[in-house]
Each structure stands twice: as C-alpha cells, then as structure tokens.
Design a protein around this ligand. Structure first.
Ligand code: 26V
Length: 822
C-alpha cells in the first residue's frame, strides 16, 4: 500500500489561490499587479497560518482537558532555518501551493527564497533542538520548547580579501509571519539586590529583594508535526524594561535617563552569543541564561497553579524539564527557589521534586566549553541562587559523597559544585548532574566517554543515571523537503509514509545492485549537482563541473574538526599535479562552509588560508580544472538544504574522541554522500548501520589517540619524515599563495608543527590514503552508486523521531496524546 501519513487537506488549488490573494489584499495591503515577491511570500504564510492556528488551538484544547504530562525543552538555541517549506510539507500542502503559485505565474521555490533564516543558534546543538521539536510534534508528545527571542541571530558572514567579516543578522527586520506575541503571558524576572532572612513563628525564611526587575514577553512559534495533527509551540522570551521601574526618574525630568534603563533591559535578548565551544564568562550571557530559565519556570508554574492551585503533589508526575547542555542549568536552583521561598515547601521535598523533574544532555567533552561561572558574579547577579547552590552542594557532599567515600577530600574536591582553584567558580556541569535524575550523551562513544572520563565518580555514585541517546535529524526537512528529486524516486519503490517511518527505506536495499535504479539514483544526484553549480557560481563566481566529485565539509570552524587537515590534502593534490600534470585523478570540487567564532584567531586564519589556496588553485591553468576549491560564504541552514542533496563525499574528520556526535554526517549520508571519516561520534554508528564497506574510515581511534598522547606526541616527527607533508607545510611559509607577502599563512603551519593539539599531522598519511580510496571508488561508477544507495537505505536509526522516542521512553516517561480532529 502507498498510504500517506500526510492528510490531504480539503482545499483545492483554486481555493488556495483565492486565500493567498485575499491575504495579499487584506493582510498585506497590496494587490497582484504590484506585490513584491516578499509580499507574495507573506501572503502564502498568512494562508498557511489559517491551518496552523487551528492546529495550535486543537492541540491546546486536547491537552488542557487531559491534565497531560509534558516535557519542557530548555535551550539557549533553536536553529530553525526557514519555516515555510517545512510547514507546507508537514501540512501536506506543498504540491497544492506549488500548483497554485504556478497558475499565478510564479515558481514557489523562488518565493521561498524570500524568507530569511531563523538563525537563533550556532551549530549542532541549536539545529538538534530544531529537529527535536519537529519530532516531538510529529510524535504527538505534549512538549514545549523554551528559548530566547534574539533580535539578532548568528552573524552573517562575508569575506573581505579572504578574511571573515561579521555583519549583523536581521531576521526580523520586516517582522516574521510565524510568530505570535502573547503579552497576556508575560513574566517578571528579578536580578541583583540582596537576601533578607526573616524570622517568624520560631522559624525563618528567605526574602530576595531584587535590585532590578524586567519583563519577559513570550513570542510563540507554532511547530507543525508531520501530518498536521499536532501543532506544538516554541516559546521564545523577549526582554523588556519594567513598565514602572524608573517612573520617578521619568517624572522628575529624567525622561532620557529612564530610557537608559530600558536599553539595558532590552539588551538581554538582543544578540545570540556566537562562540560555541569556548566560554567567555560574560555577565550578560549569565543574565541571558537566567532570564529565559526564570521566565520558563514561571510559565510552567503558572500553568500548573491554574490547574492544581497550591497542591504540588502532582508536580513531578506532570512536568519534565530537559536541559540542552548546561546553558539553562541555573533553572535548577531557580525551581528550588520558587518551591522553597515562594511555595513554602520543605527543602527535602523540593529537592526530590527538582531532581525527578530535571534531566541534562551533555554535548561536548572539550574542557574549554565546560561552563564555569565566577562565584562572585553569581553572588552579585543572583544572590539567592548562590545561597541555594551552596546548600545543594553542602548536602550533596555531606549526605552522598561522604557516605560513599568517607573522609576522601580528594573526591569531594573533584565532585564539588564549587571549584576552589584560581578564584571560586561554579561548575555548571556538576550542578546539572547533581540536580538531574538522568544525564545523557549524544552518541554511544560520547556517552561512554562522559561516564569514563568526564564524570567517573558521579557514575559510580549513581549507576544508571548516565545514558546514551544517539542524535538524529528530521527526515522531513533533510530529505523530503530539501531533496524532492530523490524523494520522488524513493516513492516509486517504498510506502509514502517513509518520512515518518524511515526504516521503510530498507526496501531500497535490494535495488542497490539494480543497474537501472543505480542510473536513476545517480541521475538525481547529477541533477542536484547541476543546480548547485549555479549556486556556487552565484556565490563565489567560480565555475565548476557537475561531473567532478563534490567533496563537502560543512560545520563550524574549529581546530578539533580539522578543516586544516582537508586543506593540507588539497595542497598536496595540487602539488602532485604540478609535479606530474598527468597525475591520475578524477576531477574534484572541495566545498567548505563554516563560520568561525569572531574571537577565535586560529579558526579565522584557517578560513583565510583556505581562501588564499582556493584563489591560486582555481586560477592555475596548469592543473586544467582538476581541482576547484570553494569556500561558500555565510553557511547556514538554508544553504545546507541546497548543498547536502548535491554532495558526493561527506568529510567527518575530527580527532577521535572530540566530536560528540555530529549531525551533518547523518544528513549527508542519508542523501547519498559517502562518509570519509574518523571513528568518532556518530560516524561509528553510521558505519555500523551502512556497513564498513560503504564508508571510508581513516586515522587513529580513541585508544590510539590516548596512546599517542601518553607516549609524548611530537608533530615535528611527522613533519620531518613525510616529504609531501613537509613540502605543503613549508609552502604555507612562502609567498606562493600570497604573492609579495610571505608569512601571511605561517600561523597555521607553526601551530601544526609546534603544537598540533588535535594531531592533524599524525593522521595525515592515513587521510591521504583514504582520499585515494575515495577517488578509486568514485571511478567505479557501479560500486559508488551501490554504496550511496545503501547509505540512503540504511539510515533509519538517525531519524530524530527515534531519538525523541528514546528520550520519551527512558528519560521523560512521556506518552503521546493525539490532538482531536476538527
Ligand atoms: C557552548 C558555548 C559556550 C559559551 C558561549 C556560547 C556557547 C554556545 C554553544 C556551546 C556548546 C557547543 C556544544 C555543541 O554545539 N556541541 C555539538 O552538539 C551537537 C548536537 O549534540 C553534536 O552533534 C556535536 O558533535 C557537538 O559538537
């Protein structure tokens, strides 16, 4: 049966056209002859919203009537990208809209380009949150995402003479049709001030007198589940000045001074911090974390009190709170504060409730990314929370650590939430583990390392608390919507509900050896590449051929991800061609997409080096277009959606043990790119699912990395003993790629030869050999097609619906509630 999970909405093309035109006139205030593409885009969005708002209401009513247990997903980042195409797909309206717009004289795809990306995230962690809320809605789980309504998302990247320049992101410049402001649900958030101990009736309690208050205004973004039954919401908080705060200043002639206060309050939700992996310890960032955590907890409490008054016996049965990394960890002492100080619940009871409610996902082992806040800063900004953290810590050390390891101060020092070295610091990871009933990593190897290396004693203390939930991606966005050609081909052979049940793609496995299907599959890839050739031309002015291998590395720029390993190999290939113009290789296009944190010096030097090498290679007639290198500016979700369907090779080349999971690896493999990767993160599980013969693995594994480091890693050894490696590194010191300016690329060389913290040189030869395997495999057309098809057919495990089902079963104990039909 070719049953479809998406209901066909009871609307005709003609009716859809009429609705769009109605909105063009009455919502946008324009008309057909005059309307810009942007106005058409907004009119379509308004039409789609007629379905969506109905879904929001149906879902809410269903939950309200049921006293439903719900999960609250707390994340500082939701990297949503564009919403229109996904909403149309999930509502089953895409084809209808496509036809309607054709009849009106437009290509829907063109109009979709008018929508700015919602770039409210940095990279993997933020995009994961976006895939997860799609899956929560699709699985009909009562769930709400909480985050910040940043005025400016991640910076727009431009290149100036090969160097990254950051420009402000303006996603809401003209308003977003997808958000609904809910002023009636505003919350007040307190900051600063002091704590008073009030003694009465023989006991005492604490009163926090804040030095400042501000308002948190919620904006709701509807999240449409696939099939359109349930529509959940993503609630993003915007900061505003407290209405009455400086009334006195205002009235006494301080009209302008009063605005200074409001500017400060409104700064809180102004801009997304663009660093991933390094923690700068800035007060504004701490305030962002507290601001949205406190507003979200207050929202949960309001909803609970509306249903149950001050009877908290059902609180843990009805609420799960998930921490997306430690960024919202301050929500733990915040819930304690509300339960103890505001609700008058005993510490012991409140702590039990808190621990049963929270769970924490770890996304990185990199020491520089593990959040620590100066104790003085927390004391200043959140005096009551600092007291609560001290109390949590004292009880933890006395009741749990001392009981398990009596008299062992070394272990106490290690497990303490307070770090006593170099000025006291609050360890948010320790706080999160202590305050949660479950802690998970994001791929099997990563979860093993969280237990073994990051929190070994915590794991001994609470066996069973540490779990694995391997990441996933939504196949709706990352196949059905972004790769219509492959989706159409797939649908000729498998049930139409494959975007919901991705394991149905296993039906493609027998076709992997069918030469007709191989040709069709590779024709789809070629057509996608032809489309992307135009994108490359538009963005970089470089001409590339769709017959070349499209070799893709797309991810944040970081040393541990080793974009410079890729660069060294490109230089080596180039050198081989200069030495021997007949060097035998299939033409290749190396495609990069990456933003560097604005303050990350070496990452920016690597971008510069790639751009300079690209300039030289792309314009050298001697190599006859065998190699092209393009660094696409402003890599983002909407660009990924165009590139991933066109990729042949997926570079996943992090040093083993450093990439927690990766999710781009899943998107690329699902779309038929062959993984060239290390045994790191989810690469290992991709190799297990697709079969080791259908991926190309290279480099040291985690054990070998540890061994190499223990023996005293010496990068100079590899530099001295590998002729090709030495030659390309020395090249970076010359002025070959920067004519007249020798030394401009030296920082990259010297970092590698003298330090090489991520062992690029140790893995170089193995990587180069693996690249040769890729070349040979590609030239065996049938073998390549077979491997690509098997990848597409084998990736069901990486459906984010599976990840979310795992969370629901093992951590949240959450059951679906399907919203009632109209
Ligand atoms: C850390 C910081 C530090 C303070 C400043 C702002 C900021 C923003 C983000 C981060 C966390 C970065 C951690 C992260 O993104 N990890 C990635 O998570 C993905 C989803 O689980 C996973 O696939 C990637 O392997 C992992 O690097």
């Amino acid at each position: 049966g070719k049953k479809s999970a998406a209901p066909k909405p009871d609307m005709t093309v003609k009716q859809f056209k009429e609705t769009v035109i109605k909105h063009l006139r009455s919502t946008l205030g324009t008309y057909e002859e005059k309307a810009s593409k942007q106005a058409w885009n907004q009119a379509i969005a308004a039409s789609v919203n007629e379905f969506i708002f109905d879904g929001v209401s149906r879902t809410r009513k269903t939950h309200a009537g049921k006293d439903a247990r719900a999960v609250h997903y707390l994340s500082l980042e939701f990297l949503m990208g564009r919403l229109m195409s996904n909403n149309l797909q999930n509502l089953g309206l895409y084809e209808l809209a496509d036809k309607a717009m054709k009849e009106l004289g437009f290509e829907l795809a063109d109009i979709l380009e008018e929508e700015p990306d919602m770039a409210l995230g940095n990279g993997g962690l933020g995009r994961l949150a976006a895939c997860f809320i799609d899956s929560m809605a699709t699985l009909a789980l009562p769930a709400i995402g909480y985050g910040i309504h940043y005025e400016h998302g991640l910076f727009r990247q431009e290149f100036f003479k090969g160097r990254q320049v950051e420009r402000p992101d303006q996603w809401r410049e003209f308003g977003s049709p997808w958000e609904i402001c809910r002023p009636e649900s505003e919350q007040v958030v307190k900051l600063y001030g002091y704590v008073e101990t009030v003694y009465e009736n023989g006991g005492s309690h604490k009163v926090w007198h804040p030095g400042r208050t501000m308002r948190a205004i919620p904006w709701d973004i509807p999240i449409v589940g696939y099939g359109g039954h349930n529509v959940n919401v993503l609630r993003l908080w915007e900061s505003r000045a407290d209405k009455f705060f400086d009334w006195d200043v205002f009235n006494s002639g301080g009209y302008v001074d009063a605005y200074t206060e409001s500017v400060q309050a409104e700064t809180v939700s102004k801009v997304l911090y663009p660093n991933d992996e390094t923690d700068a310890g800035k007060e504004l960032r701490l305030i962002q974390q507290y601001f949205f955590s406190a507003a979200s907890i207050a929202d949960v409490m309001r909803r609970f009190r509306n249903a149950h008054g001050n009877d908290f016996s059902k609180f843990t049965a009805l609420n799960a709170l998930q921490l997306n990394d430690t960024h919202p960890a301050i929500a733990i002492p915040e819930l304690m504060r509300v339960l103890v100080d505001e609700e008058g619940i005993s510490w012991a009871e409140a702590w039990k409730m808190t621990r049963e409610t929270f769970s924490y996902t770890n996304h990185t082992l990199l020491p520089e990314a593990l959040e620590k806040w100066p104790l003085r800063m927390i004391q200043h900004v959140l005096p009551r929370h600092m007291e609560i953290i001290f109390e949590i810590n004292a009880r933890f050390l006395k009741d749990e650590v001392e009981t398990k390891w009596p008299g062992n101060d070394g272990i106490k020092r290690k497990l303490s939430i307070i770090e006593e070295a170099n000025g006291q610091m609050v360890r948010m990871g320790n706080l999160s583990v202590v305050g949660s009933h479950a802690v998970n990593g994001v791929a099997q190897i990563h979860s093993d390392l969280v237990k073994k290396d990051l929190f070994p004693e915590m794991n001994e203390l609470w066996p069973g608390k540490f779990l694995n939930v391997t990441n996933g991606i939504t196949p709706r966005r990352w196949m059905k919507a972004c790769n219509p050609r492959l989706s159409t081909l797939i649908e000729k052979h498998v049930d139409a509900d494959w975007p919901r049940y991705l394991e149905k793609l296993t039906a493609l496995k027998p076709l992997a050896d069918d030469s007709k299907f191989q040709k069709e599959y590779m024709a789809v890839k070629h057509a996608n590449k032809e489309d992307f050739v135009k994108v490359i031309k538009e963005l970089t002015d470089v001409d590339v051929s769709a017959d070349a291998i499209f070799d893709v590395q797309i991810k944040r720029l970081h040393e541990y991800k080793r974009q410079h390993l890729n660069l060294l190999y490109i230089m080596a290939l180039y050198r081989r061609l200069l030495i021997n113009p007949d060097y035998d290789m299939h033409p290749r296009v190396f495609i990069f997409g990456a933003k560097a944190a604005p303050g990350y010096y070496l990452a920016k030097e690597i971008i510069f080096a790639i751009n300079k090498v690209a300039e030289k290679v792309n314009n050298d007639p001697r190599i006859k277009d065998k190699i092209k290198v393009v660094f696409l500016p402003n890599y983002r979700v909407s660009l990924a959606e165009k590139l991933i369907p066109a990729a042949d090779v997926s570079q996943q080349i992090s040093l083993a043990g450093k990439e927690a999971s990766g999710t781009g690896n899943m998107k690329l493999a699902l779309n038929g790119a062959i993984t060239l990767g290390t045994l790191d993160g989810a690469n290992i599980e991709i190799a297990e699912e697709a079969g080791e013969e259908n991926v190309v693995i290279f480099g040291m594994d985690v054990d070998e990395v540890v061994e190499t480091r223990e023996q005293g890693y010496n990068p100079g050894h590899y530099y001295q003993n590998n002729e090709e490696l030495k030659a390309v590194l020395d090249w970076l010191d010359s002025d070959f790629f920067t004519p007249g300016e020798p030394g401009l690329l030296s920082a990259v060389k010297h970092n590698l030869v003298d330090h090489d913290p991520y062992m690029v040189l140790a893995d170089y030869q193995s990587y180069s050999d693996a690249q040769s395997k890729i070349d040979a495999l590609y030239r065996d057309k049938k073998a390549w097609a077979r491997a690509a098809i098997i990848n597409t057919a084998s990736l069901a495990k990486f459906n984010s619906d599976r990840s979310i089902q795992d969370y629901a079963d093992t951590i949240w104990n959450l059951k679906p509630i399907k919203a009632a039909a109209k």
